[in-house]
Write a protein that binds this ligand. Structure first.
Ligand code: ARG
Length: 465
């Protein structure tokens, strides 16, 4: 059966073989060899299905399954090296089967095309990949819950427009990212559901003249449902777009988080100390401790986001059904999987190791008149309409800026210059921690609310497992 071994499996129609450069150009082995396990799974299921409809005898099926196991051993032990001349993982494995089994091996591709085969391998591969990323994402979410608990009593200035706005609990800050990342988790789950569809049996594009049992392979391969339309199935890559979108929003979130933390590490802010293990120094300046783990996370987001555009652009003008352009669907997705994976490996211990520098944060709470809204609302409670209180407090802030004073420095007489309803109790509301705790609206920054969120978050994480 040597005549099969080095020739392309489609060579019958050709009188000469492809140019060497064309082989290099068209091979996809450097990407899809990763699919070998899933390709073997697909072949096992297909062989069993062919047996169930009497295209393989019991003995033939046993032989095929046995040789597929042998091939798996050869691959894992490195004795089977794929050949570029055979283009991709599918034809390499099939050729090896034929090499080992002769005409019986040549029956495996009955009713099957590489078009439904690659779709099957890819979906099986993605189901595993998504699950693995989600497992790591759960650990990351737990880390954020721990940080929120750890820093619940730390008060930091909250920002809008990167200007001091109102005081917030640092626990509330960590929880903000917790919630963002739970939505990424959900998006990965949605992508998983879209992926969980059996393409096998769609053939090249139109199905098969043979009585293939697609429900049989669906069941064996563990797909939730079978695809409804063969033309759709072999041309569909939107499950990959969905994954790339989920990966992109995840990276956007990690990038924004990194940006905040990079700012917080500056000497101007100095809110946090990042762990040494995730920072690097300068080759020239001995003083430097750079937050490179965070900067690289921010930097790597662009590669994943462009991967989404890469695949969308690829698909945009493709006529139905399969076109070879689709082979290029692997680079952006594999890159996204690897990036999300390593970012989770880095960010999880990095965030866990961050120390809030309360003593350095404190002086910041005195800047920016963080409690201006609290004073306005103090007057609201005493019956002054909000628009009026806004104007009054605005004037007080202006006065303080001119006098180089803080709210705490004002005497009752000075308060009275702006409104007669100010009383001595105005002093009591000027504590940042009390200001945090007053914001006890559902989802607000009060420590009681942060604690509630942490409890809800813990339950949510339990359900993810
Ligand atoms: N290596 C190909 C891919 O990744 C497999 C499908 C090839 N199909 C074809 N009709 N040439 O898309």
């Amino acid at each position: 059966m040597q005549q099969f071994s080095n020739k392309a499996l489609w060579s019958g129609r050709f009188s000469s073989s492809p140019a060497e450069i064309m082989l290099q150009f068209s091979q996809s082995l450097d990407y899809d060899w990763l699919f070998y396990k899933h390709d073997l799974m697909g072949s096992r299921a297909h062989a069993k299905m062919l047996h169930s409809i009497n295209f393989f005898s019991d003995e033939e099926l046993a032989k095929v399954l046995n040789v597929l196991d042998e091939i798996e051993d050869e691959i894992t032990t490195g004795t089977f090296q794929p050949k570029i001349a055979l283009e991709d993982v599918h034809m390499n494995i099939e050729s090896r089967l034929i090499e080992k089994l002769g005409p019986l091996g040549a029956k495996i591709h009955t009713g099957r095309s590489r078009n439904d085969q690659v779709a099957t391998d890819y979906r099986l591969y993605m189901k595993d990949a998504i699950k693995k990323l989600q497992e790591k994402l759960i650990i990351f979410l737990e880390t954020l819950l721990n940080k929120a608990q750890e820093d619940i009593n730390v008060v930091i200035p909250g920002f809008t427009h990167l200007q001091h706005a109102q005081p917030v609990s640092m626990g509330h800050y960590w929880m903000a990212y917790f919630w963002k990342f739970t939505r990424d988790f959900k998006r990965f789950s949605n992508a998983y559901t879209t992926t969980d569809v059996n393409p096998l049996g769609s053939g090249a594009l139109a199905g098969s003249t043979l009585p293939l049992d697609r429900e049989f392979t669906r069941n064996l391969l563990g797909f939730a449902v079978t695809s409804e339309n063969s033309l759709d199935t072999v041309s569909d890559r939107d499950y990959l777009l969905e994954f790339l979108f989920a990966a992109s929003t995840f990276m956007l979130n990690t990038s924004r988080l990194s940006e905040d933390l990079i700012i917080w590490c500056t000497s101007e802010f100095d809110f946090i100390e990042p762990p040494d293990a995730f920072c690097t120094g300068s080759s020239m300046m001995p003083n430097k401790k750079n937050p490179d783990g965070l900067e690289l996370t921010r930097g790597k987001a662009s590669g994943v986001i462009s991967g989404l555009y890469d695949l969308m652009t690829n698909i945009k003008g493709l006529p139905l059904t399969y076109n070879r352009d689709l082979q290029e669907d692997k680079r952006p997705v594999f890159h996204a999987i690897a990036t999300v994976d390593i970012v989770l490996d880095v960010l999880t211990p990095l965030i866990a190791g961050i120390k809030a520098k309360e003593d350095k944060i404190k002086p910041h709470l005195e800047k920016g008149f963080l409690l201006a809204t609290d004073i306005a609302e103090y007057l609201v409670i005493k019956g002054v309409p909000f628009r009026e209180t806004h104007e009054i407090v605005g004037n007080i802030v202006q006065y303080c800026v001119q006098q180089n004073k803080n709210f705490e420095d004002l005497t009752l007489e000075e308060w009275h210059q702006y409104h007669s309803t100010f009383e001595a109790d105005i002093k009591e509301i000027l504590s940042p921690l009390a200001a945090v705790d007053r914001r006890s609206t559902f989802g607000g920054t009060a420590r009681s609310e942060v604690a509630r969120q942490i409890e809800v978050g813990k339950e949510m994480v339990k359900d993810m497992k």
